[in-house]
Design a protein around this ligand. Structure first.
Ligand code: ATP
Ligand code: MG
Length: 317
């Protein structure tokens, strides 16, 4: 369904180049959900925006290939892209809470979005489909008559999910779809997403800085750090036996683990992404790094059925 190969994406700002995504490869098979996890600034949204080809103009796809649903995404013309985006694949955006216009009723905005893609539908068909969509995301019909500011954060996020599902996509990306919500609402929406992706046989990506959220929803997890893929395995492998020291830190900072230990953080910050880095990107924060880690770029190796980029792979923190 999705095959990302050796993807490298940079941003240009004045004279600097930000290395946002460096040499990332992974696949998503039909019916599968893969999680992308990593702290703020690790390149998760850049990766997603490249896949659906909605990058800002200062972004440069330096290298790589993306195949999505059989399309060679990076070489499709904009016109062809526009025909398939939102229909065959779609995305729930990280900053979607202000995506709707504040001065129009929610129902009218959803109906307009539906008309734009399905000009042949009658008014009744549109209303029927909207009601069906609302039921799918557990919203009462009255939200159609409401203005965006009258809805709670959880309701708005459900509207955004409905909007992404409007044209029956096969592939969907959730980018921090529950992050801005309180814990209870977050839990409810995760459960709803779970049953939706099952009943609609969706395939896709779930992006979050929260390993807990990603592991609830995904079969496999890609761990990113400073634009690099540092580990990729099944959810069970990542949670039960993380190999990369960064993944080990993420797992130890999960609330379930923290209850027994002291709340665990990973000291330090992401490196400056405007410099090219010729060492392990995680070395300055890594508790087990040695001299070699500061002079050699680790390649991604297959270890115990998963992929990991660490020179001291398997070593326990
Ligand atoms: P978050 O968890 O905060 O959403 P993220 O993992 O999604 O983070 P990105 O938004 O992909 O990370 O950002 C990756 C890097 O690229 C960061 O250093 C960010 O500052 C930079 N970046 C993102 N968008 C732009 C842009 N339009 N112009 C320049 N740099 C950008
Ligand atoms: Mg992001």
């Amino acid at each position: 369904m999705l095959n990302v190969q050796d993807l490298t994406v940079h941003y240009k700002i004045s004279k600097k180049v930000i290395h946002a995504v460096e040499n990332v490869s992974f696949k998503v098979e039909d019916g599968e959900f893969v999680g992308i996890v990593g702290e703020s600034g690790s390149g998760k949204s850049t990766l997603a925006h490249t896949i659906i080809r909605l990058l800002p103009i200062n972004a440069i796809v330096v290298d790589g290939r993306i195949e999505l649903l059989g399309y060679d995404v990076l070489s499709l013309g904009e016109e062809d892209m526009r025909k398939i985006r939102w229909k065959e694949f779609s995305m729930v955006f990280q900053k979607s809470l202000n995506a709707l216009s504040p001065v129009h009723k929610v129902g009218n905005q959803l109906a307009d979005a539906m008309k734009a893609h399905n000009p042949n539908l009658t008014e009744e068909e549109i209303i029927d489909r909207l009601k069906q969509l609302l039921r799918m995301v557990n919203l009462p019909e009255r939200v159609l008559k409401a203005y965006p500011h009258q809805l709670s954060g959880g309701m708005m996020q459900r509207i955004m999910i409905a909007l992404a599902l409007l044209n029956h996509p096969k592939f969907i990306i959730f980018d921090e779809a529950t992050t801005a919500l309180d814990v209870v609402t977050q839990g409810q929406i995760i459960e709803e997403i779970k049953s939706l992706v099952k009943s609609l046989s969706l395939t896709g990506l779930v992006i979050s800085h929260d390993l807990g959220v990603v592991s609830e929803l995904c079969d496999e997890i890609v761990v990113m750090y400073a634009g690099r893929l540092v580990e990729h395995g099944t959810t069970e492998q990542i949670l039960q036996q993380p190999l990369h020291p960064y993944t080990q830190g993420l797992v130890r900072s999960l609330p379930d683990f923290a209850r027994e230990r002291r709340l665990f953080g990973i000291p330090g910050n992401l490196p400056d992404l405007s410099e090219s880095i010729h060492r392990c990107v995680f070395a300055p924060r890594c508790p087990i790094a040695n001299e070699e880690c500061f002079t050699t770029v680790p390649s991604t190796e297959e270890v115990d059925g998963r992929r990991v980029a660490c020179l001291k792979v398997g070593a326990r923190v």
